[in-house]
Write a protein that binds this ligand. Structure first.
Ligand SMILES: Cc1cc2nc3c(=O)[nH]c(=O)nc-3n(C[C@H](O)[C@H](O)[C@H](O)COP(=O)(O)OP(=O)(O)OC[C@H]3O[C@@H](n4cnc5c(N)ncnc54)[C@H](O)[C@@H]3O)c2cc1C
Length: 464
């Protein structure tokens, strides 16, 4: 039996962040990682591969649309196997780097599947079947998520794809039906559409990107439709059928039965938490229940990342992992020090479609539910100098400010460089800036960032 202060199960974004933080605080730490490859979801099959493919799609569109700028780039072509091989090269470099960080001796790395024998004992089964027991004082569960497969008749039998498959596939489906309209669904739809796939999105909720402000989601849906993506919202999928190389999804929209046809189906209907066997903590809807200090129902067992998080994004997984490690160190020190808490006020989220989507802070519905009075102001990209110069005129920015004080409470964008532009508002909100503060902040001309000054001025005038 080996003894550790802090054992982390899962070596992805949350787990690595927790382990390096705990080791730096002097805790004797081990990470247990069960996958064949080191790197976790973000590096191997999430953020980085998807953004690499989307970058190829973005550049292809730029070359294709070069005529508008007086440039000729006749017959732009693409080679998906070379796009995928660039992705493989980059991912292997990122994964090697992460592997190096996990092995550099700051903490022990054990390869194998972990399960819990009791609340203080982790058993690791190595790929060769050898078992090791670890006696632990505190634990971080950072075991991530896996693709869900809802019980839709015919879905499994149809041989539907997941994002894992599409991110490594050396051809673009001729006609892709995307089930779901969350970030992964929209990014994969955008990637395939750029390279000529006929794409149909089928979404259960009445809007894409469920939970985001309706006007912003609708603007993105409209832009994707202009690009030729067919989108059905407010649906209920009845069944999936396969006949030869053709696949069909039969669904209800209102009372009307409809059918979408394609050559491939992408299941992007969400992910579920991966829970280690024997974990003695409370779950809710399959996810580990944590408090804002990342503690589970057992105070010495912490969790971080997709396995417990209200937001399945990397920067939050990292924040949670680091904070869980600091809190575990406080707990183990036994001096009764108060634990830190997560703050989701700066809730940040982006989708790398064309045009892009990003938002931070609260949306209108959330503020209404909390009874917080607010004002909103929008400004369109088709009336903004730099975006006109760039030929990127679709979408708008939107700011939400608290009534009376003018403090910025949230913002969203559909438009060019959305994931970059949102960070100005993240910084403003972090320091509780008002719309007047933002309006009075110098912005170089002509830049995309300058667009924020227009809704900020409108709000500042309305609130003064
Ligand atoms: C296609 C796609 C695109 C995405 N794009 C973005 C993006 O652009 N931006 C963003 O912020 N987020 C993005 N995400 C989400 C992001 O990737 C995840 O939120 C994040 O990677 C979760 O990190 P994690 O540490 O919780 O889990 P993971 O990185 O999945 O790590 C969990 C680890 O635990 C290991 N494990 C599980 N069970 C055991 C066990 N019993 N024993 C030992 N090891 C175990 C697994 O092998 C895995 O390595 C994307 C996701 C997908 C699918």
């Amino acid at each position: 039996m080996s003894h550790y202060d802090f054992v982390v199960i899962g070596g992805g974004s949350a787990g690595y962040a927790g382990a390096r933080t705990a080791a730096a605080l002097g805790l004797k730490t081990a990470v247990v990682e069960g996958a064949e490859e080191l790197g976790g979801l973000c590096i191997l099959r999430g953020c980085m591969p998807s953004k690499t493919l989307l970058e190829s799609a973005r550049r292809y569109r730029t070359i294709r649309d070069a005529g508008e700028f007086g440039l000729s780039a006749p017959g732009p072509g693409f080679d998906v196997s070379r796009i995928i091989s660039r992705k493989r090269r980059l991912i292997s470099e990122f994964a090697d780097y992460r592997g190096g960080q996990l092995r550099d001796g700051r903490f022990d790395l054990l390869r194998g599947r972990a399960e819990m024998a009791d609340p203080h004992t982790v058993v690791v089964t190595a790929p060769d079947g050898a078992q090791t027991s670890l006696a632990v004082r505190a634990l971080l569960i950072a075991t991530g998520s896996a693709q869900s497969v809802p019980p839709i008749p015919g879905l499994v039998e149809s041989g539907c794809l997941t994002s894992d498959d599409l991110l490594d596939r050396e051809s673009i489906p001729e006609a892709l039906i995307v089930l779901g309209a969350g970030p992964v669904a929209l990014e994969m739809a955008s990637y395939c559409r750029a390279f000529g796939s006929k794409v149909t999105i089928i979404q259960r909720s009445p809007q894409i990107l469920r939970g985001t402000d309706r006007d912003v989601a609708d603007a993105l849906a409209e832009a994707l439709r202009q690009d030729g993506i067919e989108i059905f919202t407010g649906t209920r999928i009845l069944r999936v059928e396969k006949s030869g190389a053709d696949r069909r999804v039969v669904f209800l929209q209102g009372d009307r039965e409809q059918t979408a046809g394609g050559t491939e189906i992408l299941n992007a209907l969400g992910r579920h938490a991966v829970i280690p066997h024997g974990l003695p903590v409370d779950l809710d809807a399959g996810k580990i229940v944590v408090n804002l200090s990342q503690q589970t129902s057992r105070p010495h067992i912490f969790a971080a990342g997709d396995v417990c998080s209200p937001l399945e994004v990397v920067h939050v997984a990292i924040q949670q992992g680091e904070m869980a490690a600091r809190n575990a160190a406080r707990l183990l020190a036994g001096r009764g020090e108060a634990l830190e808490s997560m703050d989701y006020r700066l809730n940040l989220f982006a989708v790398f479609t064309e045009p892009g989507f990003a938002c931070v802070g609260a949306g209108e519905e959330e503020l209404r539910a909390q009874g917080i009075p607010f004002h909103t102001a929008k400004y369109p990209f088709d009336d903004h100098g730099k975006s006109l110069v760039m030929g990127e005129t679709r979408g708008f920015v939107k700011l939400i400010a608290r009534a009376h004080s003018g403090e910025i409470l949230g913002a969203s964008i559909v438009g060019p460089e959305a994931a970059e532009l949102i960070h100005e508002i993240v910084v403003a909100m972090r320091f509780h800036a008002t719309a007047a503060d933002l309006a009075g902040t110098p912005h170089y001309h002509p830049t995309l960032s300058e667009i924020w000054t227009y809704p900020a001025e409108e709000l500042a005038d309305a609130i003064s």
